[in-house]
Design a protein around this ligand. Structure first.
Ligand code: PCA
Length: 216
């Protein structure tokens, strides 16, 4: 049985909704033959987000970890290419993390590399999403907030422990339900976001199957 761990986030920055929280609840109810899906909701706290996800990885032993977060203002579903070793909130940033933390110019791991690349098949994901008419593109920055912290922390954990887990991060645009709170943000229906996540999970499953057969 192949195991996939999928994370989402609580609302943050004064919003009452985070569509990735609903996404993980929905995907948990679906079934893919031969695949066990486990989900975890992460707090929007620096560092705790990584600790909790690492604990889930150690308990569950997944083949792949797909972390999901909201990127308000983006139009596309955006699998992230790279995470950077930086926690940085500008002094005039609209919001801190959900505990009030506003780190500046801080490395995530003082001994870690500057950047770490995703291990998910993001080009294939974007191509398949577009084939289905779902707006998608590769992103080259996950920012310097909690989502980047999560992506970097997990990739750094995998690097340090040398564990064979395919991991990475996907940012989703706001859902249509958020339009009242954020009239200036582009939105997609929650069902489109969910269909996007299904494609992302299936692409990951296909890639894992491909690799286990030893085919390029
Ligand atoms: N998005 C934020 C943190 C939680 C989330 O869903 C980010 O992009 O860092």
């Amino acid at each position: 049985m192949m195991k996939i761990l999928i994370s989402g986030f609580e609302p943050f920055g004064g919003s009452t909704i985070n569509p990735t929280e609903q996404l993980i609840r929905s995907i948990q109810r679906e079934s893919i033959p031969g695949v066990e899906i486990r989900t975890v909701l992460l707090p929007v706290y620096f560092d705790d987000c990584v600790d909790l996800l690492v604990k889930e990885i150690e308990n569950f032993g997944p083949d792949a970890v797909i972390s999901c977060g909201l990127a308000g203002g983006r139009r596309d579903i955006t699998p992230e290419r790279i995470a950077v070793n930086l926690k940085d909130i500008a002094p005039d940033a609209p919001y801190p993390d959900n505990k009030g933390a506003k780190p500046q110019d801080m490395p995530i791991n003082p001994d870690g590399p500057d950047g770490l690349m995703t291990k998910l098949p993001i080009r294939k994901m974007v191509n398949r999403l577009k084939e289905q008419g779902i707006p998608a593109s590769i992103s080259y920055t996950a920012g310097t907030f909690i989502c980047n912290n999560t992506m970097y922390g997990i990739l750094d954990y995998i690097r340090r422990k040398d564990v064979p887990v395919m991991a990475g991060f996907v940012h989703f645009p706001a859902s249509a339900e958020m339009a009242d709170e954020h009239p200036d943000w582009p939105t997609l229906p929650q069902e489109t976001l969910l269909q996007g996540l299904r494609v992302i999970v299936q692409t990951t499953v296909d890639e894992l199957q491909h690799m286990s057969k030893g085919t390029p």
